[in-house]
Write a protein that binds this ligand. Structure first.
Ligand SMILES: CC(C)(COP(=O)(O)OP(=O)(O)OC[C@H]1O[C@@H](n2cnc3c(N)ncnc32)[C@H](O)[C@@H]1OP(=O)(O)O)[C@@H](O)C(=O)NCCC(=O)NCCS
Length: 176
């Protein structure tokens, strides 16, 4: 397995569409898209435009938006998941979203894809000069909690985030 983080590209359209379809109507964390995703060329073209804008640190973004690297988690040409790395925290991200969100397609879970992708995202965070990142997950999301703890995440708190669309949420900091 050789996990890479690759920005959205038409080169991997078919694999991206298959990966997105595997989520059905579920929200795809880290994909940059709202559920339900229609995995067609128009959606991908709009995603590429969004990805180009959000990752351009010279671009002025609308109030409340933060610069963001939208990545596909790719293994040997197959899109196995999604990862979003926010460069800064706004109020919502500080309380609930964190710096990094991710999801792995069901057929590729429990194979180390999320752990490998998170390690690469932490390299990216170091590259832009962060000294720690916030990563959150639902209290009952054992797979995500173990992924974060495996990357060195230290639990800050578990809080009720019902108002922000979560129930009990764990917030972890990873020192870089
Ligand atoms: C959470 C998720 C990203 C994990 O992806 P993954 O590629 O399967 O994770 P990994 O294979 O790298 O596993 C990392 C660790 O979590 C453990 N793990 C993963 N899924 C697990 C599960 N369902 N139950 C228990 N442990 C689990 C692995 O055993 C591994 O532990 P280890 O390092 O101690 O061996 C994936 O289940 C997913 O996409 N879920 C839906 C979306 C989501 O919840 N995203 C996170 C939002 S915060």
């Amino acid at each position: 397995m050789t996990i890479e983080l690759i920005r959205p590209t038409t080169d991997l359209f078919e694999s991206w569409a298959e990966a997105a379809a595997e989520f059905g109507d579920d929200h795809i964390d880290g994909s940059g898209l709202n559920a339900p995703v229609t995995p067609d060329r128009a959606t991908l073209d709009a995603l590429i435009e969004k990805s180009d804008l959000l990752s351009d640190t010279t671009a002025k973004l609308p109030e409340g938006s933060v610069h963001n690297d939208l990545y596909w988690i790719v293994d040997d040409g197959e899109v196995v998941g999604f990862l979003s790395f926010r460069h800064d925290l706004n109020e919502w991200l500080r309380e609930a979203g964190g710096h990094i969100g991710y999801a792995v397609r069901a057929s590729r879970r429990r194979q180390g894809c999320a752990s490998a992708a998170l390690a690469l995202a932490l390299d990216r965070a170091r590259e832009i000069g962060l000294d720690r990142v916030l990563i959150t997950c639902d209290d009952d999301n054992i797979g995500s909690a173990r992924t974060i703890e495996g990357a060195g995440g230290v639990l800050q708190d578990i809080s009720d985030q019902t108002e922000r669309g979560h129930a009990l949420l764990r917030r972890y900091w990873v020192a870089l």
